[in-house]
Design a protein around this ligand. Structure first.
Ligand code: TNX
Length: 751
């Protein structure tokens, strides 16, 4: 041909997670049915995987031969890093070198990703030879703990799905599967000594419909259940071993235990019958620290230890309300007897006792960060979920830490602002935010950082009824997490994320071939109002490069987007991404409410909580309303426990006739509209007059959105202060009683 041969770049290889170093060389290796294979004996797992992969996906039965003769070689090389490998593809030979079985397995996974995605799944008609790009790859993981979690308590997923999930982890070089097996809503593991755990605790009478904070509450009136037999578990453990994945079973204590207590009421403090839970949230029925409970848990763990060969057992420890312990004579006696400070001390006593038992059986415990409260068990590893703080404290105390903060690792949160997303628990965790995660907090010294073993994505399944939905939530965020933990956190997010997306686009074909469902927000649009020189502009962005964006204002003509365009009145804007005339993604609709504060400037006396500040302070005067049912979007700002004073400068004196704003109200999620707000105004930013004090009645209301609207007597003003009082502590009898309430505020509309 007369065109120059296109240079192959690393993006064309679409390797995820990205290897530490890739050199692309000219030429190819030709893989065909006559290719031959050699592997050192100790790399049997890697070699079995590869041979099965080629047989199933391409009908290639590799002939085994000697190291010298073989065209594909997997061999031992002591100089390779732990879990690392080198992979050299050249004209005549492919060589993988590793010092351990893990490294050999990961070398094979990279080679697999260099092969066409049509090799995934079952056999197709393949045209040989297959050209494998010549490369020289050197690779090793940044973190030794690279995890994914799955909650099978809220919803049960069959054995075959668990295997599929584990297999997808292996593709991404992730090595720990945290299997959350027990919950208030269902006990999922067969324990021979306690048959009621599976005959009773594995089943609930019905399940909540809709969101946990929807009122009134509705149920589906359909019994739900499921569990894994010990035979199932053995099969899954064997499968995981073949995929270089270690399973960490979680048996929750002392909280999230209502299903077990339902089967054996003597495990609770009240002895009363309780149902297997049918709704989500946190329950007060927790294990009572009595002899029966300890005997029960030791028996359960003994069977668990026999099933799972890994060194870790997760004992939970999170979200255990102490209400019943406070009222329980036995618990109070224990606190005195053992000189414990309070009920947190008692939880610590509980966990330490279980740790001792597990350590004596050669196992280590992992617990959620609540196990820090009241004193950490001596050898425990901490899983930091309520932020990074628990992890920081544990690392400083020289304990192993796994980072899974809600902010970056909760794959049950929404992944997009779009109103079309399927119902999820809340929050907002887009792909880019996962990608930007750094498991090593800056608060730690180098020495302390060594205690951060790695990170994990968590998949809680309250709102995931089906396998498709689990995959939709897990993919592609799991891919971003795999780069964080394997390749290492990015120090140049914009550039690295763009490159990641270049790999992700073609990688989606591999997921498709594997029949893995996934979300795709690559062609989504983000509209932002920006202010320049007192004028307003609307900017559109889409994550991938090389696409066209077309937009329409108020149903006008469709225009190709080139740069932010000005807006001067309330407008509805529609936009869509396309490539070569073909539409991609979904139509994006945005509404700008043009009001008098929009061109002004805003200050807050206190920053919103980091988890809910996505839009920044300007989100309150950008003309865009927050969602009616999702406070985690880019428009609502959330404050935890704080009163807030908002200062506005309208830019010039303006005639203001009314003020309107909205507060989110979802008491089951600790969010309360304020009891009082005050509005002050001034012309000179010195003398302020109180314009309105708005007290809210019916503060126990359950309406989702509380709108506050008031007339302002015709008055010329320029500066405004709005004081928003936090609700205060959450009252007894409500979810989260005794904790600080959240305030969520939306657009401040002055007309
Ligand atoms: C908190 S994370 C929980 C889970 C819920 C999850 C929902 C943790 C240790 N406890 O029980 O499913 O939030 O995001």
């Amino acid at each position: 041909s007369c065109t120059k041969e296109k240079e192959v770049s690393i993006s064309d290889l679409a390797l995820i997670p990205k290897p530490q170093s890739v050199e692309i060389q000219k030429g190819n290796f030709e893989l065909d049915k006559s290719s031959t294979f050699y592997s050192d004996k100790e790399f049997e797992i890697a070699s079995d995987f590869f041979q099965n992969f080629l047989k199933k996906g391409a009908g290639i039965q590799l002939e085994n031969t000697s190291k010298n003769e073989a065209s594909i070689v997997v061999e031992k090389d002591e100089s390779q890093k732990s879990e690392g490998y080198s992979l050299v593809v050249s004209e005549k030979k492919i060589t993988i070198k590793a010092s351990d079985a893990s490294g050999a397995f990961y070398g094979i996974q990279t080679l697999r990703q260099l092969l066409p995605s049509s090799f995934e799944g079952s056999k197709k008609t393949i045209r040989f030879p297959i050209l494998v790009q010549n490369v020289n790859i050197k690779d090793a993981p940044k973190f030794k703990y690279r995890g994914m979690h799955l909650d099978v308590g809220r919803h049960f997923f069959p054995k075959e799905f668990i295997k599929k999930y584990i297999a997808s982890m292996a593709l991404l070089k992730m090595n720990y599967f945290h299997w959350h097996l027990t919950e208030d809503q269902g006990w999922r593991i067969e324990i021979k000594k306690y048959p009621r755990l599976t005959s009773h605790a594995a089943n609930r009478n019905e399940t909540l419909i809709g969101h946990y904070s929807d009122q009134p509450t509705k149920y589906d009136k359909t019994p739900y259940g499921g569990f894994y037999t010990q035979e199932d578990i053995k099969e899954i453990v064997a499968f995981a071993e073949k995929h270089n994945v270690i399973i960490i079973p979680e048996i929750e204590m002392p909280g999230h235990a209502q299903a077990a207590i339902s089967a054996y009421p003597e495990l609770g403090c009240t002895g009363k019958d309780v149902p297997v839970a049918t709704t989500w949230g946190v329950f007060e029925n927790i294990y009572c620290p009595n002899q029966k409970t300890f005997a029960f848990l030791e028996d359960v763990l003994t069977e668990v230890i026999d099933l799972f060969p890994g060194e870790y057992i997760h004992i939970g420890g999170d979200e255990a309300p102490k209400t019943q312990w406070k009222k329980c004579n036995h618990c109070q006696k224990l606190i005195k007897e053992h000189n414990l400070k309070d009920e947190h001390g008692l939880q610590s006593y509980f966990i330490q006792r279980m740790e001792k038992f597990l350590n004596s059986k050669g196992k280590k415990i992992i617990g959620w960060d609540e196990i820090l409260e009241g004193g950490l068990a001596p050898n425990a590893t901490v899983m930091s979920w309520r932020g990074m703080e628990g992890g920081i404290e544990a690392a400083k105390a020289k304990h192993g830490v796994i980072m899974t903060p809600t902010s970056h690792a909760y794959f049950d949160y929404y992944q997009s602002d779009s109103a079309e997303e399927p119902l999820a628990i809340g929050g907002l965790l887009p792909l880019k935010k996962v990608y930007s995660f750094n498991p090593i907090p800056k608060e730690l010294t180098n020495e302390e950082s060594a205690f951060i073993l790695g990170a994990q994505g968590n998949v809680w399944t309250e709102y995931m009824k089906t396998e498709e939905q689990v995959e939709y939530m897990a993919f592609p965020r799991m891919l971003a997490m795999s780069e964080v933990v394997w390749s290492g956190p990015s120090s140049n997010i914009e550039a690295d994320y763009s490159e990641f997306l270049l790999h992700l686009e073609p990688f989606l074909n591999r997921l498709k071939a594997l029949d893995i469902n996934h979300a795709n927000h690559l062609y989504e649009l983000e509209g932002t109002v920006i202010k320049k020189g007192g004028k307003l502009y609307y900017q559109l962005k889409t994550p991938t490069t090389g696409k066209d964006i077309f937009y329409q204002i108020n149903n006008g003509i469709s225009t190709k987007y080139t740069e932010p365009f000005s807006i001067s009145e309330s407008s509805s804007i529609q936009s869509q991404v396309s490539l070569n005339g073909e539409l991609l993604g979904k139509l994006y609709k945005d509404t700008i409410v043009f009001h008098q504060a929009i061109s002004g400037s805003i200050e807050l006396d206190i920053a919103p909580n980091k988890a809910y500040d996505a839009g920044g302070k300007d989100a309150l005067i950008n003309g865009i309303n927050g969602s009616d049912n999702r406070y985690g979007d880019n428009e609502w700002l959330g404050f935890w426990g704080d009163d807030v004073e908002i200062s506005l400068d309208l830019g010039e004196q303006k005639d203001i006739k009314s003020f309107k704003t909205r507060f989110y109200n979802a008491t089951r999620q600790w969010i309360y509209a304020p009891k009082e707000i005050e509005i002050f105004a001034s012309v000179d930013n010195v003398a302020y007059a109180l314009l309105k004090r708005i007290k809210r009645d019916g503060i126990e209301s359950e309406e989702r959105i509380v709108e506050i609207a008031t007339e302002i007597y015709p008055t010329k003003i320029r500066f405004v202060k709005i004081r928003v009082q936090n609700y205060g502590l959450i009252p007894e009898g409500k979810q989260g009683a005794g904790n600080k309430a959240w305030t969520f505020i939306d657009e401040l509309i002055f007309e």
